[in-house]
Design a protein around this ligand. Structure first.
Ligand code: TRP
Ligand code: ZN
Length: 877
């Protein structure tokens, strides 16, 4: 076998043939399923006569093939491991094929596979080629008719895209349903589900008065966990009408929950398939975070109906066209239906931790990559989240009304087509009259831009001079970078008044909160008529996905924390202040010097609690210390132990100094009200639980009693899980073990709760975490074949338990590599994702680097899937 080869964006050519209509028949059986396909093909108008037809096909056993009813002889087509080509076919014709596939043996969860007792599909990006021979690329859009034949008892429910048009019984206890999807779509949006499923049904009337049936299909025991997803769906449908003028376009919209799924969910036309973790909620089993995640993902998949399905991608290099835009849409939706500032804080703190790390690592790539080996490896934080940040910048650049005009133009101009990122940006340029040429570099340049800012107040002339310098570090394949167009929202906060000062730049009045545009490597901005010395509040709302540094003093930061009119930057000032204190403590730890708590930080936190906040969720965020992963991102060389020690020291010092305040905060936010996932309740619980986590960090008797009482009260999963986590993460096995056992026994029947049970054990900071992880891998509820379990146990250990994953004996790395090697055979997509922490070896000391590289080399010695091959090669390059 030769090494897998990359494919390049610059090699794009339209396909030789288009498919106008696809007719499929599935005769389902777990061992051998028969798939008949009839494709109506015609030559692409832009392709030359004689260009051969290429059909992708993998792991298919071909049983029959015919053109216009005439069976083909063996020499009339060429069959390889990757597909089938036919030379000399007519300009337009009908192709019939029949293949056999084995859903039962499909552990990759791509194509048609079994999950529990049911059949389901996942075709994005290139799974349809595991179902039948087909031009499996998004620029081939056809209408589909799908007949599904199954067992009346084993598969009473047979679903596919579009509308059911015919059903009937067949001999031998079999039956069928035929579905018709009138909207042309690429094969990646095809879906089929068959099994013993139950449904919850609701209705929605669209803005033009059309009546849509909404169904959520689940296993019977989960019927009580669908309310929140259904409510979220209806809110999302209404929001897309109001915010984007987009209406649903079929009479039926279905969501199905499956237990075995590689990602969160999938936007198949009219038949969204969801990881059960991304759809099922119940107050007793799901946390507030899970409720919010479900709302966001339901909306995300629904929004794809326009941004992705009606208007789709020309090729997979354009993936961010649908993903970046759709994430931006779901973020806007979630911000409107929840607490907007908290939503932004959560997004950005996740982004700066995880996407920045990706951008700084060996797999860094632009939002639109130039090449890839395996597209499955490009469903990344860069494509999704940085893509969304870039759309957000566009929306801010042209303004919300113009952005809406641009999206209207985009949807109407390209409806039913497969298009490129330029097509989208051109619409925005056209409606705004703005030149977005330099802005386009955001799509082609990888890496996180770094901005160094300096400011100076000139008392004599009442001027404030701000200097901004930008630089984007080299990334693999991109040694030189060009200057980007970076919008910087800012305010100048007067040190006397504590208020935003009005700003004048080049004689033009900007108001008190404005955007300036950095386009050069270095630019100077002179603000005039600034009556008092200001502290600049820069990059408000995280107006661009960059790292910005400014030589703030601790007094400046404490001042911004208290006075900045931008809630996001108030929070960020607190983070910056905490990071300064952490820097000292990390240094002290490394030098073996006694750690001393920064009293300014204590006073800043005391002031936060005393002042309170109308939005309790915002206050909870402000009281939260930066995560170890985020702290690590700020360090030139990551010292996991020093970071852990420094952070724990701050947490314990604050708990000691502010014990009474935190206790009061806890008690004031206790509530017996019936659970509801409202922003108010969520904020209140977050605040109470952040107080409890501080108190538990010193493990005093009062805190332990509170945590135990909260656990035993069993009021809702948010509180139970937080209490249990704190008990299990404590040093006291006498309080940890009984709670853990009780919880495990109570929920052994519920896979999603057991996922949480796995995660919270393997993330404990105590030294036995690794042994536990190994031990729990043998637990009957664990399976390497289930991606949720892999993420809950292995992903959580390697990604969130930094001190134990990075053990100096290398056992943490070995565990991860062992799992990658097994998953490489079972499920390459998951293997290639779970490996991520090992690829970040450059960030650590030499001893750890050597250990991590040795594990990567061990993996490289295996016979690798293209997925793992691509990541390991890049990591070791
Ligand atoms: N389009 C899906 C989404 O953004 C992503 C997705 C779901 C996916 N399942 C997948 C991508 C499997 C690759 C493989 O919601
Ligand atoms: Zn998506």
């Amino acid at each position: 076998m030769s090494d897998p080869q990359p494919i390049h964006l610059s090699d794009y050519r339209p396909p030789a043939y288009l498919v106008s209509r696809t007719e499929l028949t599935f005769d389902l059986a777990p061992g051998t399923t028969r798939v008949k396909a009839r494709l109506h093909l015609e030559r692409h108008p832009e392709r030359e006569a004689g260009a051969p037809l290429w059909l992708d096909g993998e792991q298919l056993s071909l049983k029959a093939i015919a053109i216009d009813g005439q069976p083909l002889e063996e020499g009339e087509y060429e069959l390889t491991r990757k597909g089938l080509s036919i030379t000399g076919a007519p300009e337009a014709f009908v192709l019939d094929t029949e293949v056999e596939i084995s859903p039962e043996d499909n552990t990759a969860l791509s194509g048609l596979y079994r999950s529990g007792g049911m059949f389901c599909t996942q075709c994005e990006a290139e799974g349809f080629r595991r179902i039948t021979f087909y031009p499996d690329r998004p620029d081939v859009m056809a209408t589909f008719s799908t007949t599904v034949i199954g067992d009346l008892t084993r598969e009473p429910v047979l679903l596919s895209n579009g509308n059911p048009v015919e059903r009937g019984e067949l001999p031998d206890g079999r039956h069928f349903v035929t579905w018709d999807d009138p909207h042309p779509k690429p094969a990646y949006l095809f879906a089929l589900v068959a099994g013993d499923l139950k449904k919850v049904e609701d209705r929605f009337t669209t803005m033009s008065g059309r009546d849509v049936t909404l169904q959520i299909w689940v296993e019977e025991e989960n019927l009580d966990k669908t309310d929140h997803a259904m409510g979220s769906l209806k809110r999302a449908m209404r929001w897309d009408e109001e915010a984007y003028g987009r209406e649903y376009d079929l009479d039926l919209f279905m969501i199905v929950a499956v237990n075995d799924f590689n990602m969160g969910a999938m936007e198949n036309k009219g038949l969204n398939i969801f990881n059960s973790a991304a759809v099922l909620t119940h107050p007793n089993t799901a946390t507030d975070a899970a409720f919010q995640r479900v709302e966001g993902i339901v909306a995300h998949e629904y929004f794809h109906n326009w941004s992705g399905n009606r208007v789709t991608c020309r090729d997979w290099f354009q993936l961010s066209l649908k993903e970046g835009f759709t994430v931006f849409r779901d973020q806007s939706f979630s911000a409107e239906v929840n607490s907007a500032p908290v939503k932004r804080i959560e997004e950005v703190s996740f982004f700066r931790t995880a996407q920045f790390a990706e951008d700084a690592g060996p797999t860094a790539h632009p939002i639109r990559p130039d090449s890839y080996i395996e597209i499955g490896n490009f469903y990344t934080l860069t494509i999704y989240e940085k893509g969304a940040e870039v759309v957000r910048m566009l929306s801010n650049l042209v303004g919300p009304e113009t952005f809406r005009k641009g999206s209207d133009l985009y949807f109407s101009r390209f409806d039913g087509q497969a298009v490129t990122i330029e097509d989208f940006v051109d619409c925005m340029a056209e409606v705004s009259g703005q030149d977005l040429e330099q802005f386009m570099r955001w799509y082609s340049q990888a890496g996180t831009p770094e901005i160094d800012a300096f400011g100076e107040y000139d008392y004599a002339n009442s001027r404030y001079r701000l200097i901004l310098r930008q630089r984007t570090p080299a990334t693999p394949g991109q040694p030189e970078k060009q200057a980007l167009h970076i919008p910087i929202r800012l305010g100048l906060v007067g040190t006397k008044s504590g208020r935003d000062l009005s700003m004048t730049l080049d004689g033009e009045s900007l108001g008190r909160d404005a955007v300036i545009h950095l386009r050069e490597d270095e630019q100077e901005f002179i603000f005039t008529d600034i009556e008092e010395a200001p502290v600049p509040s820069l990059l408000r709302g995280f107006s661009a996905p960059v790292k910005l540094s400014f030589p703030y003093s601790r007094e400046d930061l404490a001042f911004l924390m208290a006075h900045d009119s931008d809630g996001f930057n108030r929070w960020d000032a607190g983070q910056r202040l905490t990071l300064l204190a952490l820097d000292d403590l990390i240094a002290a730890h490394r030098n073996g010097v006694e750690k001393v708590m920064d009293t300014r930080l204590v006073e800043a936190f005391r002031a936060l609690i005393e002042e309170g906040n109308d939005d309790k969720a915002v206050l909870a965020e402000m009281l939260q210390l930066p995560s170890e992963a985020y702290i690590a991102e700020q360090q030139p060389l990551v010292d996991v132990d020093a970071i852990h020690a420094a952070r724990t020291f701050i947490q314990q010092s604050l708990a000691q100094e502010l014990r009474d305040e935190l206790l009061a905060l806890y008690r004031d936010n206790q509530s017996d009200a019936a659970y509801a996932p409202t922003p108010e309740q969520i904020g209140q619980r977050a605040l109470k639980n952040v107080a409890l986590s501080y108190l538990m960090s010193i493990e005093d008797e009062v805190a332990i009693e509170l945590a135990q009482a909260q656990f035993e009260a069993d009021h809702n999963m948010t509180d139970v899980r937080q209490a249990l986590t704190l008990l299990v993460h404590s040093s006291r096995s006498d309080i940890a073990d009984p709670a853990l056992k009780a919880f495990g026994r109570k929920w052994s029947h519920d896979p999603l709760v057991m996922d949480q049970w796995f995660s919270l054990q393997v993330t404990r900071p105590q030294a036995d975490a690794l042994d536990r992880a190994r031990y729990l891998m043998e637990h009957p509820a664990f399976s390497l074949k289930n991606p949720n379990k892999v993420r809950a146990l292995i992903g959580a250990f390697a990604g969130q338990n930094r001190v134990n994953f990075h053990r100096l004996d290398g056992e943490g790395y070995r565990l991860l590599a062992d799992v990658v090697i097994e998953l490489n055979r079972l499920n390459p997509e998951i293997a290639a994702r779970i490996i991520t922490p090992l690829t970040r070896w450059q960030r650590f000391d030499e001893a750890r680097q050597a250990l991590m590289r040795a594990e990567l080399e061990r993996i490289r010695g295996e016979e690798l899937s293209p997925n793992v091959y691509e990541i390991v090669e890049k990591a070791l390059a």
